[in-house]
Design a protein around this ligand. Sequence first.
Ligand code: NAD
Length: 261
Amino acid sequence: MHLTHKTAVITGSSSGIGLAVAREYAKNGANIVLNGLGDAKEIESIRHQIEADFKVKCLYHSANMLKPEEIRDMIAYAVGQFGGVDLLVNNAGIQFVSPIEEFPDDKFDAIIAINLVSSFHTIKAALPSMKKSQWGRIINIASAHALVASPYKSAYVAAKHGIAGLTKTVALEVATHGITVNAIAPGYVWTPLVEKQIPDQMKSRSMTEEEVKEKVLLAAQPTKKFVTMQDVASMAGYLASDAASSITGTVMSIDGGWTAQ
Ligand code: NAD
């Protein structure tokens, strides 16, 4: 188990891709700090399940990614409980879709804060611990929207392009310290969130479930298949491994060919 004795902090890991990454790292022996919003009982049961399934320690910190002091507290908590942070996955994210003239100011600010600025704060707080051990993996969950745009997603696309720039910059700053910094850029991933959109889309477009999937959600994805959460988690697992120690400063696409077009 290549991550035994390592500690991973994964933001937004109470569901979706973040949870899949947390389980992948736990499977490989890492202790985990979960984070994310949601029902306290559900999160407690997720935490418990990870400990039971993988015989690692799994803790939870409720830091809101809108609040820098809570983010710093989460990293300090991980260091206090486990002695350091070895793996940091910046995954928390939200979306809002609107033409720019009508885009609510507070939604724009929140997307930039959660999807981009929170990663500045986690990275800044976690780097001293990684530098101390001269080993670290920072993985930013970006999106195909880190490389290309879609209309009506100005805040999301700006934040995800920003995370690509942050990834490259930090990679250069820490390259001689055994720390790699990479972004993963998924296309459409089949998550509970995506699944929940389907009934509304079927209703508003008078389409069948298959039509919504193929003509709406997967319109830009040449494979016409969703990326799976496990596909993304496996890539995060690879980037955490020693085999990936020379990969840094990259934005790795996992998008069924979306950005090849
Ligand atoms: P999700 O909604 O299932 O997970 C988002 C997580 O972020 C949740 O745990 C949520 O609680 C957390 N979160 C939201 N706001 C927060 C806040 N203020 N403070 C702390 N945590 C907060 O969504 P997902 O699809 O798993 O998305 C995870 C990441 O993957 C996001 O960055 C998203 O942009 C990216 N992504 C998703 C897709 C996709 O198709 N699902 C594609 C490309 C990129």
